[in-house]
Design a protein around this ligand. Structure first.
Ligand code: FES
Ligand SMILES: [Fe+2]
Length: 460
């Protein structure tokens, strides 16, 4: 039986089901013209996850968000407001900021010294009197994009007319609120440069059909056979995968396999108590995690039982893949390359709840699992680690074994799709999230759905 799939409309009436059923033609993954159109209709029209608010905690803090050929400065100004501006000097266009992240009193363009306030207002122009007519500082401020901060995350939209983020995310905001992402700690910040289109990467994370073949370890900890898929407006999706279980496709083992054994022990369950009834571990884990949480200072009160044990992945249009548990979060974000549709930058930000409330150093019992990274950082931000597939294949770098396994295949997918021997993909029902993503991708490419919704709202 195929995985259950549900279409869920937004409360404002925006329908989840796209009007068309996309053909996954190979060209959409490598064609230059397609890439150009994506820029016009998706990247410059959609809300995009730019980064974490914790990186701009204080006035003067900034980071750069690079997307395609654009670089956007995200800063906190002296009034404490978050600003988002194109990183392009209004004198002759030079990038005002070259370093990815930092803290400055003002933004000074290194080329001729034009200086902008933290909110982008032009402040000083060297040899100002030599400009005829005189420079009107207001008119030459850095150009802004829309910005919102929600759940400890900075979101931007290059469309100044865009409706609020809440309209775009809809019910997804309600889903994510209990996770208190804003209280989580960033422990790894990684970027992989990979020879694959950004959608090739998104597709990979939108089905579990490949799991038995390239992630054999999953059969010992999650039930990827019977996941439930939910599909929302604008192309957002999620999948819910039972955790603390073995995959029923292979029958229930007599004893917990090593990975499940370790997961159970970590939270203080004794796997030996479950000999002959391994299937009961999931329910026991739900109870035990709540109990351990109470002891450590972490509350699961806002989560129903299944979300305490299971894995949920939110796929936010266009390019966010967020695997979330109450205790930790992976934000994966394939960003398009500035010029080459056959390349992307695959970011992975790893966040955890603070070890003070998720881990007992004395007993070793832990809701988080591995805290070594958090211990090593001692409260500091991790460095942004940028590497290529070779570094992953040779074992110098890892994004966790599962992602490493995926990464291994992405360039081969990309290369195969460019072959004269391949025209279009064919999907099974368990690949419904891929279909939904591409159905909405088609709508974004042709019909400006978010703008259409706003126009409708304005007319009412
Ligand atoms: S280009 Fe920035 S000051 Fe000239
Ligand atoms: Fe995978």
């Amino acid at each position: 039986m195929a995985q259950p799939t549900h279409f869920i409309d937004f409360a404002d009436g925006t329908p989840a089901r796209a009007a068309r059923k996309a053909t996954l033609d190979a060209e959409r993954y490598y064609d230059q013209q397609v890439m150009k159109q994506e820029w016009e209709t998706i990247w410059t029209k959609s809300w995009l996850l730019a980064g974490l608010a914790s990186d701009i905690a204080e006035p003067g803090d900034y980071f750069l968000f690079s997307i395609g050929h654009e670089s956007i400065i995200i800063s906190r100004d002296n009034a404490g407001q978050v600003q988002a501006m194109y990183n392009a000097c209004q004198h002759r266009g030079n990038r005002v900021i070259a370093t990815e992240q930092g803290s400055v009193p003002a933004f000074t363009c290194p080329y001729h010294g034009w200086t902008y306030d933290l909110d982008g207002t032009l402040q000083t122009v060297p040899d100002e009197e030599r400009f005829e007519p005189r420079i009107d500082c207001d008119a030459y401020s850095l150009k802004h994009v829309k910005v919102e901060v929600w759940a400890g995350v900075v979101w931007v939209n290059m469309d100044l007319e865009a409706a609020p983020l809440a309209d775009f995310l809809g019910i997804v905001q309600d889903h994510l609120t209990p996770y208190r992402i804003e209280n989580m700690v960033l422990i790894l910040d990684q970027t992989l440069e990979i020879d694959a289109n950004w959608k090739t990467a998104v597709d990979n994370f939108n089905e579990q059909y490949h799991v038995d073949f390239i992630h054999p370890q999953h059969a010992s900890m999650v039930n990827c056979r019977d996941s439930v898929n939910e599909l929302w407006p604008y192309g957002h999706r999620r999948t819910i995968v039972e955790g603390f279980v073995t995959n029923p496709r292979y029958g229930e083992p007599e004893e917990a396999p090593p990975i499940l054994d370790m997961m159970a022990r970590q939270i203080g369950l004794n796997p030996d108590d479950f000999k002959g009834r391994v299937g009961d571990i999931r329910k026991a884990a739900q109870v035990q995690k709540r109990k351990l949480g109470e002891e450590l200072g972490y509350s699961y009160d806002e989560f129903p039982d299944d979300l305490v044990s299971d894995v949920v992945q939110y796929d936010l249009f266009p390019n966010i893949i967020a695997t979330i548990h109450p205790e930790y979060l992976w934000i994966m974000r394939p960003r398009p390359h500035p010029t080459d549709p056959n390349k992307c930058f695959f970011d992975k930000m790893t966040l955890q709840i603070h070890m003070d409330v998720g881990h007992d150093a004395e007993s070793g019992l832990s809701l988080i699992g591995d805290v070594s990274q958090q211990v090593a950082l001692q409260g500091a931000r991790p460095e942004h680690d940028v590497f290529d597939r070779e570094a992953v294949i040779t074992g110098q770098k890892s994004m966790t074994i599962t992602i490493d396994q995926d990464v291994h295949y992405l360039p081969d997918m990309q290369a195969g799709m460019m072959s004269a021997g391949f025209q279009q993909a064919v999907l099974n029902e368990d690949e419904s999230r891929i279909q939904h993503f591409h159905d909405w991708w088609d709508v974004w490419m042709n019909d400006a759905p978010f703008e259409r919704a706003q126009a409708k709202e304005a007319a009412e």
